[in-house]
Design a protein around this ligand. Structure first.
Ligand code: NAD
Length: 347
């Protein structure tokens, strides 16, 4: 598979490196508008043809697939042109700036019988894969609450607000774990232009089955945080992506601390007198599962290559990208209305 990479800014080099490490995949072209960044690309990949004009890369006969790592506002036009030129397309997150654009790309990809994939990297990480398997086996029980802290300083690149930059990661994790869309979203923000492009935001996602998700997203944190607490009826999970070891900690026996209904030890708690009640923050064992060590982006690029080779539907296909954008659009509407809960448009 011969890949053309469009955009060699902050994230593009990571894609180039990972595509370069996959057997059977060759980085054939890199397209970068900026003179300095394109010179760097030529230095790093001397075998590749480096273009400044996207039409040359997209239209090239020696290219099978196009990976797009340019700013969000450019995603749709570049992806549309590539699909219409008969290329398979992988887009960086978020897939497009509007749901209408995502729908159009899905339709073109279907018509042209090309693979359309979006890079939702956390979905391909070992921790989320493990969580997904636990949810599928019923080990976490019914999901009650998803609470995320996703914060860092920046960005010093890009042009989107903090919700479009960071919420995508949680939305893609939730999409993988719940296989459902939130019904309503409310969003509030802080920052210079808080109602339009906040630097800090809180999102509440209300699901029809009772799950409530809270996302705290910040570009104004001196400390990088990627933490999720997941509460289910059978287990509590603490997931810290920043930790090199013990990214996941699973605590058994979740609901009803102090021997509440339906939990182990409930009878014992009732047998105690009023002054003998003990507080317990741990009901069961804590397990930190051993996770495979691999770079999620390597899995993303390998998965895309495999889907192109086999004509398969990616895990994070155009529809997954669309579902994410529909929630982001609802969050933007809520933000503009001062945090009102607004409906998420149906897929
Ligand atoms: N998957 C992730 O975790 C992750 C992380 C960071 C960024 N991203 C995404 O990657 C994309 C790029 O983000 P970035 O931070 O690298 O931005 P960036 O601004 O650092 O880089 C974008 C590059 O694209 C170039 N460019 C723009 N239009 C072009 C065109 N038409 N033809 C050729 N080159 C063009 C720019 O010159 C720039 O060098 C965004 O969609 C962003 O959301 C994803």
């Amino acid at each position: 598979m011969r890949v053309a990479l469009i955009g060699h800014g902050y994230w593009g080099p990571n894609l180039a490196r990972n595509f370069g490490a996959i057997p059977g995949v060759r980085l054939a072209r890199v397209c970068e508008r900026d003179a300095e960044r394109s010179a760097l690309a030529q230095h790093l990949y001397p075998w590749a043809q480096v273009d400044r004009d996207s039409e040359a890369s997209i239209g090239a006969a020696d290219v099978d697939a196009v990976a797009i790592a340019t700013p969000l506002a450019t995603h749709f036009e570049l992806a549309r042109a590539a699909l219409l030129a008969g290329k398979h397309v992988m887009l960086e997150k978020p897939i497009t700036a509007t749901s209408a654009q995502a729908r159009e790309l899905i339709a073109i990809a279907q018509h042209e019988r090309r693979v359309l994939m979006v890079d939702h990297p956390f979905v391909y990480g070992a921790a989320v894969a493990h969580l997904h398997a636990m949810v599928a086996r019923g080990e976490i029980g019914a999901l009650l609450h998803y609470d995320s802290d996703r914060a860092n300083l920046g960005p010093f690149h890009g042009e989107d607000d903090v919700i479009w930059d960071l919420a995508v990661h949680d939305l893609s994790i939730l999409d993988r774990l719940t296989a459902s869309q939130p019904a309503r979203v409310s969003a509030i923000g802080a920052g210079a232009n808080a109602a339009r492009d906040p630097q800090i935001a809180h999102l509440l996602l209300h699901y029809d089955d009772g799950l409530l998700a809270h996302l705290h997203l910040s570009w104004l944190s001196p400390v990088k945080q990627r933490r999720v607490t997941l509460a289910g009826t059978r287990a509590l999970v603490f997931y810290d992506e920043v930790q090199p070891d013990e990214k996941l900690r699973v605590y058994a026996g979740a609901a009803g601390a102090d021997g509440g209904p339906g939990t182990p030890g409930a009878g014992q708690a009732d047998a105690l007198g009023p002054n003998e009640r003990r507080s317990s923050y741990r009901l069961g064992d804590m397990v930190s599962p051993r996770l495979a060590v691999h770079e999620p982006l390597h899995e993303v690029c390998s998965h895309f290559a495999a889907c192109v080779r086999d004509g398969a539907q990616p895990l994070t296909d155009g529809a997954a990208g669309l579902r994410t954008v529909l929630v982001l659009e609802a969050a933007a509407r809520s933000l503009a209305r001062g945090g009102d809960a607004v409906q998420v448009e149906a897929v």
